[in-house]
Design a protein. Sequence first.
Length: 588
Amino acid sequence: MIVARALSIPRRPCDCVSHSFPSIDVTVASSLSAGVTAWHDETRDITLHLVGEASVTSTSGEVTFAAVLRDLLACFPYFQRHPQHLRVEPIPNDAMGRANVIALVRGAGRRAVALTGHYDVVSTSNYGDLEPWAVNPTELLPRLIDDLRRNGRTEGDARALRDLESGDFLPGRGALDMKSGLAAGIAVLRRFAEEHDTRQGNLIFVATPDEENRSAGMRAAAPRLAQLAREWKLDIYTAINLDATGDLTDGSQGQVVYMGSVGKLLISLFVAGRDTHAGYPFDGINANYLAAQVTSAIECNAELADTAEGEAAPPPTTMKQMDLKVDYDVTTPAAAWACYNLLTHRTSAEQALTKVRNTVQAALREGISRLSVQAQRYAERQGQASAFVGAEPVVMTLAELRAAALQRGGEEARIALEVLCERLAQEPALDLPSFSRIVTEHLWRASGLTGPAAVLGFASLPYPSVHLDSHVDADRHVRDIVRDTLATLRDDLGVSLGTREFFQGISDMSFLGGANAGEVAFIADNTPPWGTGIRWPVDGDTTRGVPTINAGPWGRDFHQRLERVFTPYSFGVLPEVIWRLSARLLGG
């Protein structure tokens, strides 16, 4: 059992930052070494500083946060001596003018480790009446406790109340996801900067915006890192992502280093039925009914859950479903739309889409067969023959639909499609799934095809799965270092530390670890916004092949108003984990 003692030491993360921190009672394990407790106060103070600067995705706070980080890092004596090693780099073609922050601390030799993370956070609107304090943990803490005591109803509320009353958890938007991770990385970077004359290797710190939306920051940073590595004459050996994870248990599931990250595909489904008067439902096939059949077949289908290295990815789930009828009348909908979150470990995008295609084909056939049976039963009650006319459903990919539409419409259809995509790309409030839906519906009309049918594609940006492969020498070496380092830390600190194969929350790791160009090309061909709403070159200069792991804070309920980070680990143990991993990976 860990015995805790309270600390109440207000500090500033840097003397030249005029931001003072009110006192707050937090706890650290008294059994931990003095070195670990020394990390605690600094990481806590940096976390409070970063959380206190709101940086909600797609707001002005996200735009200005790069300067907040720059000013914090500029306080380091190292960067005052080497200002050229601290950069704020605008994201190319970003309409909001957001920027990445990149900092290098040189030691000896060419080998480098990159510490990375995102600085944007999700909206604070779900805090309700407590929103004014969402980015002020010291003020939010007592108010959350009071609110939970008065209004808590669920077991989740009771757990949150116990956590916050214990003093071991710090609430606030971004405290967990993932400003405490950035704070741990900054603390490590500062110590490395203080000792750089005697340290082996080099540390690069990369902080990006937009992870909670389209990962524009990391998609720009990844190829830029390769360019900077050549400019700085460095070899990036490993990247350590600092993103957060959740744990509803005792910490054993959160105090881990991940050897890779799950991939994500957002599968799009366009369904075409045959519309009819609602009084004669068997004269057509309701698109809502067909979409429901598909959703029922896909939702949480364990057969579609990818499995690798003894771990299964969560099964797919429905993110959006709607019919495409604009006005109300007594005609049944002719078309419907849905999209499904599909996570991957090893399965390629083409393999995944093929499996989903087979599932959709079977679901539509079964649904139409069931309609035929109901039509026959209804006809018997009416004393007449069934009027229902079934049909073999057609299932195609978006690429196949586009080819059919352009073959039918020729150059005029091609120009119309380009104009539509460019117009949609200029609508900043339009999300990528809606972009995909509008284009798919346009192509369906242009194709002249009729239902029943389904069109499958991808509705948003893909997140490639990444993983350290034990059959690849560089990956295997990193795996061995992680396991050896954690074993030593377990003995030295007396805390639970482990490894897992796949980080289950999608993250910027996907773009650091690289992607197969052929697979990205397949996805691009089946993603309507690609090239306009999504600008991501299929080939070119990337950090492809750099082994990437995740070592970050843990807590509970991220993205929710009860978001909270477990401070004994995240402020004390985590920086020591990152410090020792970095030293081993750099050969020190």
